[in-house]
Write a protein that binds this ligand. Structure first.
Ligand SMILES: Cc1cc2nc3c(=O)[nH]c(=O)nc-3n(C[C@H](O)[C@H](O)[C@H](O)COP(=O)(O)O)c2cc1C
Length: 341
């Protein structure tokens, strides 16, 4: 059985792309795994990297949490050399605290890129004046970027939304300012802060930003197939794409998109590929979190992988209740055997 068939589309030159730069960092490839709170922990990032993503991103890290040495915040900074280049994202509303977080992460030597979150629209973050709230406050955004720029020698990126109204004028102003203040690249998820995930990402805004700035622009939003990634590049002229929800459901997606973009080839994924990656994810989670926590977390992850497969209801329900990894692997093997009959 072949899942996730790709449309073969050769609009993009079918050649290996040369490395390109974000600040001092060499980037080999065009696909980024998005920061996803509660998802892009070290084991998940490693899996997606092993499946071919060019760059992976940590989930957002609270600058204040780091300032107070919160154990939970520190645990989110677990990283490893195999996943590099790694982008670590911070969020916060106070320039000095953001600068301290930037300096601390830089001195840890785990990251290549430091990203500032200007896009998160969840109430808890907005109420602090952080995330997308900053898109309403250009002077404060400037202070934060200046403070962080001074505090780190890492490549510095910003991840933004369209702003608070659909015109995109706040995004345009923010990118203009950021370029002058020494930011090295921009990621844009072109939905408004109030839109959440409703409607569609406005690709015209990505095109507009690309025309406006000399900085690399990474386009994000609604990439669910390799063909979507190629289309985003072709329609907007962006330098790379960032994939979030599509990679949660299919960790192969960034790698599949990479194959299509760089070599013009579709890279179908078989059911057996998926089962082996599920087992790899189990191994990575156990290695990082220990068996008990890994099982608790995997209950929410493993069912994503088999969604859409024939007769998956039973295995999805069973995977969401696992209490040992042995049980999870037995479920996967049994389901694989039944599919092969
Ligand atoms: C579960 C979840 C967690 C997210 N966490 C973050 C985050 O920590 N930082 C961030 O900048 N964006 C976060 N986002 C937004 C994504 O990075 C991305 O911009 C958005 O999902 C649009 O891309 P997509 O259509 O490929 O999913 C999150 C999105 C989801 C669905």
């Amino acid at each position: 059985m072949t899942l996730q068939q790709t449309d073969t589309c050769f609009a993009y030159p079918p050649t290996r792309m040369p490395a390109w730069q974000i600040g001092p960092v060499n980037i080999r490839g065009k696909t980024f795994l998005a920061p996803l709170a509660g998802v892009t922990s070290l084991p998940f990032r490693r899996l997606v990297k092993e499946c071919g993503a060019a760059v992976v991103c940590s989930e957002m890290i609270s600058a204040k949490g780091l300032f107070y040495n919160s154990e939970k915040t520190l645990s989110l900074l677990a990283a490893c050399p195999e996943e590099r280049p790694l982008s670590v994202q911070i969020f916060g509303a106070e320039p000095d605290i953001m600068a301290r977080a930037a300096a601390e992460i830089t001195s840890m030597g785990i990251a290549d890129i430091l990203d500032i979150n200007f896009g998160c629209s969840v109430k808890k973050v907005i109420r602090q004046g952080a995330g997308a709230a900053l898109m309403n406050d250009l002077p404060m955004s400037r202070k934060i970027i200046q403070a962080v720029r001074r505090a780190t020698s890492l490549a510095l990126t910003i991840k933004i939304r369209s702003g608070w109204d659909p015109s995109g004028s706040q995004a345009v102003a923010l990118v203009d300012m950021a370029e002058k203040e020494g930011v090295d690249a921009v990621v844009c998820h072109p939905r408004t802060a109030t839109q959440g995930f409703k409607g569609y990402a406005d690709r015209d805004l990505i095109r507009k930003l690309k025309d406006q700035t000399a900085l690399p622009v990474i386009g994000n939003g609604d990439i669910l197939t390799p063909a979507d990634a190629l289309e985003m590049l072709n329609q907007t002229g962006c330098d790379a794409v960032m994939i979030g929800r599509g990679a949660m459901a299919n960790p192969f997606l960034p790698g599949q998109a990479e194959a299509l973009i760089s070599r013009g080839v579709s890279h179908p994924v078989t059911a057996s590929d998926i089962f082996r990656k599920m087992e790899r994810l189990i191994q990575l989670y156990v290695g990082h979190f220990g068996e008990m926590t890994a099982c608790r977390m995997l209950r929410g992850r493993l069912p994503w992988f088999v969604k859409g497969m024939p007769g998956c209801t039973g295995i999805r329900a069973s995977l969401s209740r696992i209490s040992t990894t042995k049980q999870a692997i037995a479920l996967i093997r049994d389901y694989e055997y039944r599919l092969s009959l």
